[in-house]
Design a protein around this ligand. Structure first.
Ligand code: NI
Length: 183
């Protein structure tokens, strides 16, 4: 398996609606998922969608492990989510800073629903559903947007809240960069 090149904003594939997975439990699907995990790990990301490595399929992965050094960072279970659906459980949205491996170095303030239920399939074709709130809900909405050809800048309400991380947060170091910047 391999670390793949990540497509950057402007590549037409990132604007396409990805196709549903129809065959589960196949070597092709497990190879795709493994490549995605390898790529996300190499880039220290919190999530990745298949179109970002050039595969226009409805597959996303995400997860953030708890780190005792950064207790403020919310843990998100390591998850493979295929053909996802999101149900909004509360109409309220909250703004939070996001980044994306397809827009390296940039960050934007993005509104997301605070409380959702998401459902979909694992690579074996088993259906599952989960409730999520806060950062977990944000990561899922960000990744699922990729499958509909939407990148986070399209969600920003005020483009003054969009820019280079080094300019927006000059005091930040790589060490204390929040995982929200690495979706
Ligand atoms: Ni992204």
């Amino acid at each position: 398996m391999a670390v793949k090149e990540t497509l950057k904003m402007g590549h037409p594939l990132l604007s396409q609606v990805a196709q549903a997975v129809t065959d589960f439990n196949t070597p092709e699907l497990s190879a795709l998922v493994q490549d995605m995990f390898d790529t996300m790990a190499a880039l220290d990301g919190a999530g990745l969608a298949a179109p970002q490595i050039g595969v226009s399929r409805r597959v996303v992965i995400f997860g953030v492990e708890a780190n005792p050094r950064y207790p403020e960072v919310e843990e998100v279970p390591m998850t493979v989510l295929i053909n996802p659906e999101i149900e909004v459980l509360e109409q309220r949205q909250e703004e939070g800073w996001e980044g994306c491996l397809s827009l390296p170095g940039l960050r934007g303030l993005v509104p997301r629903y605070v409380h959702i239920r998401y459902s979909g399939y694992d690579p074996a074709g088993k259906r599952f559903a989960r409730e999520a709130s806060g950062f977990h809900a944000r990561v899922v909405q960000h990744e699922v947007d990729h499958l509909d050809g939407i990148l986070y800048p399209q969600r920003i309400r005020d483009l003054r809240n969009f820019g280079f991380e080094s300019e927006l947060f000059p005091e930040a170091t790589l060490e204390n960069t929040s995982p929200a910047a690495r979706e």
